[in-house]
Design a protein. Structure first.
Length: 355
């Protein structure tokens, strides 16, 4: 069996996590400001094996912050996975307990976010500089979660000098973490350069719980190399899904390019836009929708070879939803979702055909 076919078949297999059965092994990452309820609904519909909420601040959630509650909302049927962030073990324990009591199926600990506002608060990937505190946070979250499985998402380390992911992963596994995701960069790397999938393999050699590889998975054709280099059991799609909520499902084989060729791009783009207005309210929804619309228009520009900067500017600055919808339908007229895969489409077809 070829490497490509082996990887494709592997990604399609279900995975058991605690009492949960995941339909496949290609997950959608928790992305701050992106993986909200409307986006999660779309990625799940297209067949992502697991979809995480955007980061929820533990302290704010426990204090009753409305924005945190919205971030932690369930996005329809399916496994409800919420990512928690914080540096206070007590707040993490209380937030995990509250989430478990509300019916959440999986709680993820954020130990990988590189954003300045998160790291500046000594949370996210900053915790990798404090392994003892990181362990206390893991223990507290597992304690608060009770029977709900807890996963951990982190980076390789703070920088290339202190790549301690394997050490933290081993201690987290011993503390009861059920799954570990590693982004193949350090915090110092931010999102520069290429993710080091080979470095993730050190964590694979250290832990027995399911390992998920993350970082730079933007094409189905890269799946075999990512799995082979990392030794991971599953993969996670992050920024590659921006403007492409179908990508995790496409890589997993849950949908095919033929399926995408039957879907009008205008229908999906407009549906997503209207869902954001309904979820956030018109005023806030307009603001949240801009980045998603921008990504979709940029992919259309790449497909058509046309400069759409003026059209994009007009759509992103328009404040009348009806006008936005009309312009989107005209701009995407005749375009199918498969067209928006541009160069990636042929790569995805190779994996599909090989399987």
């Amino acid at each position: 069996m070829s490497q490509t076919r082996t990887a494709a078949v592997s990604a399609m297999r279900p995975m058991v996590l605690g009492g949960l059965t995941l339909p496949n092994r290609v997950f959608a990452a928790p992305l701050s400001g992106i993986s909200d309820v409307p986006f999660r609904r779309l990625t799940r519909r297209f067949g992502a094996g697991l979809v995480f909420s955007e980061m929820v601040a533990s302290g704010e959630f426990v204090k009753g912050c409305a924005e945190s509650a919205v971030r932690a909302m369930r996005a329809g049927d399916g496994i409800h996975a919420v990512q928690l962030a914080g540096r206070d073990p007590q707040w993490m324990e209380r937030a995990a307990r509250r989430l478990a009591e509300s019916g959440v199926d999986l709680i993820d600990i954020n130990m990988g976010c590189p954003a300045k506002k998160v790291v500046g608060g000594l949370s996210g990937s900053a915790l990798m500089r404090e392994p003892e505190l990181a362990l206390r946070i893991v223990e507290a979250t597992v304690r608060g979660a009770g029977k709900v499985p807890v996963s951990l998402k982190m980076r390789l380390g703070w920088d290339r000098v202190t790549m301690n992911a394997a050490e933290i992963a081993a201690r987290a596994e011993a503390a009861g973490v059920a799954m570990i995701t590693v982004h193949g960069r350090t915090r110092a790397d931010f999102y520069e350069g290429k993710a080091d999938w080979h470095a993730i393999a050190e964590v694979r050699r250290t832990v027995k719980v399911p390992l998920v590889a993350n970082g730079d998975l933007t094409r189905a054709a890269d799946l075999p190399r990512m799995l082979e280099a990392s030794g991971a059991d599953a993969v996670m799609v992050g920024r590659g899904a921006q403007g492409r909520p179908w990508l995790p499902g496409l890589i997993a084989g849950a949908v095919t390019l033929d399926d995408l060729a039957r879907r009008k791009a205008s229908d999906l783009v407009c549906e997503h836009y209207e869902a954001m207005l309904a979820h956030y309210g018109a005023a806030s929804g307009l603001r949240h929708a801009r980045k998603h619309l921008a990504w979709s228009i940029e992919r259309l520009s790449a497909f058509s070879g046309t400069d759409l900067q003026q059209s994009k500017a007009e759509i992103l600055t328009a404040k009348e939803p009806g006008l936005v919808l009309d312009r989107l339908r005209r701009l995407f007229a005749g375009v199918r979702l498969a067209d928006l895969e541009t160069g990636e489409a042929s790569d995805a077809r190779q994996v599909k055909d090989a399987a």
